[in-house]
Design a protein around this ligand. Structure first.
Ligand code: FE2
Ligand code: FE2
Length: 155
């Protein structure tokens, strides 16, 4: 699998994770905290913080620089701005959720708002990458260059 295919696959995985996230937040809002919800949130924490940061960094390190060279008017600068906004929401979620998990009820609104903002921002961002940026990359990069882009499997 080349990097673009892998990033696309990760986006697809995130679509499922983000819809689970929204359902769990709604479940907590209606029912209050519960073991089932906490287990589900614990499973989402790493993918939506550490792994999400890693996903964005692979785009920034391997894909964006080549696109900036080949397609100077590409939406890469906008994507970079959106990464900053997504990282801010992700970091806020990662900071507040553990406090709530340890019993601080006042942290709930902070992490839930950050997580739902993250969901909104990341969903539209992924759509732009899938529909505009990745097809552009396939057009302007040679097949051998795309093959050479590093994937997680190579590390
Ligand atoms: Fe991205
Ligand atoms: Fe992405």
């Amino acid at each position: 699998m080349d990097l673009i295919a892998q990033l696309t696959q990760e986006h697809q995985d995130y679509v499922f994770k983000l819809s689970t996230l929204a359902e769990v937040i709604e479940g907590i809002r209606v029912n209050g905290r519960g073991d089932y919800f906490i287990d589900a949130m614990d499973k989402l924490l790493k993918p939506l913080t550490v792994e999400l940061d890693d996903h964005a960094r692979r785009e920034e390190d391997f894909l964006f620089p080549r696109l900036l060279e080949r397609a100077p008017d590409s939406p890469v600068p906008v994507m970079i701005e959106e990464h900053a906004e997504i990282r801010e929401k992700s970091a806020s979620f990662g900071r507040w959720y553990p406090l709530w998990r340890e019993g601080d009820e006042s942290a709930y609104q902070h992490w839930a708002d950050a997580a739902l903002d993250l969901r909104g921002k990341f969903s539209t961002h992924m759509q732009k990458e899938n529909l505009i940026l990745f097809p552009l990359a396939r057009r302007v990069l040679r097949a051998d260059e795309i093959r050479q882009l590093m994937t997680v499997d190579d590390r």
